[in-house]
Design a protein around this ligand. Structure first.
Ligand SMILES: NC(=O)c1ccc[n+]([C@@H]2O[C@H](COP(=O)([O-])OP(=O)(O)OC[C@H]3O[C@@H](n4cnc5c(N)ncnc54)[C@H](OP(=O)(O)O)[C@@H]3O)[C@@H](O)[C@H]2O)c1
Length: 231
């Protein structure tokens, strides 16, 4: 396993489609592809254009299991980013679209990944790195991406569990939200950021609104993440 040197990391953008009530999908366990059908065509282009501008794209393993995402650039001309999936136990289905050769892929596993699963993934021509004992050490993964894969900018497209860990580890620099004019409700429906609740307002992560604009019929908002000393 890699040592914990984390100096140097990519610039990180979190990008997501969210409903007016802050949800990322229709209900727990549902694919966000259902909601994405309601994005304006111009916003779909923005999403694919952003992918083409980034060296790498990362989503959590549960999103791959539920959405079976491709994470490729399809709606605009451009280069596919490196697909990065943290999946500590290497238990993604070997038929997952991200393991197909449309684009380069890196699976980050931990020491608890069974060696035969790692071998099976590698046999698909996919790179695997081990970065953590139990869970994935995201700061170390960011450093490896920067140092060994030349990733200078990375976009993350959720889900809420990965978003929470990346924010908690202070690894997100910017957030871009595509607002979909729907309300889906549901107290356990995944929202932009999952994880543990905070105890008081000192733990709130502060954002600075940097831009807002209409893309087709969708409002897009952009924020800088302002981490504060001691939070
Ligand atoms: N609207 C949108 O823009 C959008 C985008 C993406 C997803 N979604 C929706 O979000 C839902 C899935 O979200 P989710 O919160 O259940 O899962 P998730 O964030 O996609 O994946 C979480 C999983 O990633 C793995 N992981 C490994 N190391 C990690 C680390 N250090 N930090 C965080 N995760 C780590 C863990 O599983 P292992 O056991 O494999 O390590 C963890 O359970 C789906 O319904 C999907 O449709 C919506």
């Amino acid at each position: 396993m890699e040592r914990s040197d984390t100096t140097g990391r990519p610039h990180v953008l979190m990008m997501s489609e969210i409903t007016a009530d802050g949800k990322l999908t229709l209900r727990r366990g549902a694919s966000s592809k259902i909601l994405m059908k309601y994005m304006a065509p111009e916003t779909e282009l923005l999403l694919h254009q952003t992918r083409a501008e980034y060296d790498a794209i990362m989503v959590g393993s549960n999103t791959i299991k539920i959405d079976n995402s491709f994470l490729t650039v399809r709606k605009v001309p451009g280069k596919n980013p490196l697909r990065v999936i943290p999946n500590s136990r290497a238990d993604l289905s070997l038929d997952s679209n991200v393991l197909k050769p449309d684009a380069p892929t890196l699976i980050a596993v931990s020491e608890r990944a069974p060696p035969e699963r790692v071998t099976a993934i590698r046999e698909r021509g996919v790179r695997v790195v081990s970065v953590g004992k139990e869970d994935i050490e995201l700061p170390l993964l960011m450093h490896i991406l920067y140092r060994d894969f030349g990733v200078k900018n990375l976009m993350i497209e959720g889900g809420p569990t990965l978003n929470w860990h990346m924010l908690r580890d202070r690894l997100v620099d910017e957030i871009r939200l595509i607002h979909l004019p729907f309300i889906v409700g549901g107290s356990d429906t995944p929202s932009l950021v999952g994880g543990m609740h905070i105890e008081d307002e000192r733990e709130m992560i502060r954002l600075e609104l940097t831009r807002f604009y209409l893309c087709g019929t969708n409002l897009v908002t952009e924020y800088k993440v302002l981490y504060q000393e001691g939070t």
